[in-house]
Design a protein around this ligand. Structure first.
Ligand SMILES: [Ca+2]
Length: 172
């Protein structure tokens, strides 16, 4: 295989890999706007843009919240808001900053700090559970980490493609 052939095929593979990421990112952004603070969900200090999935970047198996979200028709409903999908004592609304379940798509959530993950019981918001009489110190889950992890990996992919395209021009 000539050097040029190698560069061409590598570029094609890189483009295909990058292209495979794009629809997924689009779906994430689509669903993020369907739930309050969808772009601010954090679990254990890590941003979790793929809120409904077992892995932060989405795709693959759904977590408990993802299953409930799908059952609700990928919409924020009263039932979905009041449910405690991960069974940690906090409703999905409390975890996502809509404790009163009044949020509508496009509106500013009642609370945009201390957002936790509604699909994992090890992630709880910085508020007391509504049903608990416990006086334990609430978990301080800060939401300061960047939700731009997906964009970052996308930028890396774009850079790789650009570098390969440049080498193609040089070799050719
Ligand atoms: Ca919960």
């Amino acid at each position: 295989m000539s050097q040029r052939m190698f560069v061409v095929s590598t570029t094609v593979v890189a483009l295909l890999l990058w292209g495979a990421q794009v629809p997924q990112a689009g779906a994430l952004q689509l669903y993020q706007t369907e739930i309050p603070n969808g772009d601010r969900v954090v679990r254990g200090g890590q941003a979790w843009p793929g809120v409904g999935h077992q892995v932060p970047q989405g795709s693959g198996d759904r977590n408990a919240f993802g299953v409930a979200f799908q059952s609700a028709g990928h919409r924020w409903s009263n039932g979905l808001c009041n449910a405690d999908s991960d069974g940690d004592g906090f409703t999905n609304g409390q975890e996502l900053g809509d404790p009163s379940c009044t949020w509508a798509k496009g509106a500013t959530p009642e609370r945009s700090t201390g957002v936790s993950h509604p699909g994992f019981s090890d992630s709880t918001p910085a508020v007391q559970p509504a049903t608990s009489a416990s006086s334990s110190t609430p978990t301080s889950s800060t939401s300061t980490s960047s939700p731009g992890a997906a964009k970052q990996s996308q930028s890396v992919a774009i850079s790789v493609v650009l570098v390969l395209a440049f080498s193609l021009m040089v070799v050719g």
